[in-house]
Design a protein around this ligand. Structure first.
Ligand SMILES: [Zn+2]
Length: 126
C-alpha cells in the first residue's frame, strides 16, 4: 500500500477546511429547508416580514424549486466531504481512489473533497 506523501500538518489543514465547509453546508441546507416549508411554521410571533402578496407567489415557487435543487447539490457535496474526512481518518487522503496516484496539491487546495486525480475525473465524466 502506498502511503500518502502529504504531511500531517497539511492533512490537518485540509481537515479544518473540510469541517468548516461541512458546517457551512449543513447550515445552508437547514436554512433552505426552513425557507422551503414556511407553512409548517406555527409560530405567529415571526414578524420578520413574511407577508406574501399574490403576485409574489409564482416567484416564490420558482425560488423554492431553485432552492431545493441547490439543497440536493449541497447534499452531494456533503457526501463528498464526508468521504474525504473518512479518507483523512484512514490515512489515504490525497490519493486518487481510482489509480492511487497522488492528487496534486493545487487541485486539493481548490477542491479538498475530490476523490480522483484530474485524469480519472475526466474518465468518469466521459
Ligand atoms: Zn487517478
Amino acid at each position: 500500500m502506498p502511503k500518502t506523501k502529504i504531511d500531517k500538518k497539511k492533512v490537518l489543514k485540509y481537515q479544518t477546511i473540510l469541517m468548516d465547509l461541512k458546517e457551512k453546508i449543513v447550515h445552508d441546507i437547514k436554512k433552505i429547508a426552513d425557507h422551503a416549508s414556511p407553512s409548517e411554521r406555527s409560530d405567529s410571533g415571526d414578524v420578520s416580514g413574511h407577508v406574501m402578496h399574490l403576485a409574489d407567489v409564482a416567484t416564490d415557487m420558482y425560488d423554492r424549486e431553485f432552492s431545493l435543487g441547490l439543497a440536493s447539490n449541497d447534499r452531494e457535496l456533503l457526501q463528498k466531504i464526508d468521504k474525504a474526512l473518512k479518507r483523512i481518518e484512514a490515512g489515504n487522503f490525497g490519493l486518487c481512489e481510482e489509480c492511487g496516484c497522488e492528487i496534486p496539491a493545487r487541485r486539493l487546495e481548490a477542491l479538498p473533497y475530490v476523490a480522483f486525480c484530474l485524469k480519472c475525473q475526466e474518465k468518469h465524466e466521459k
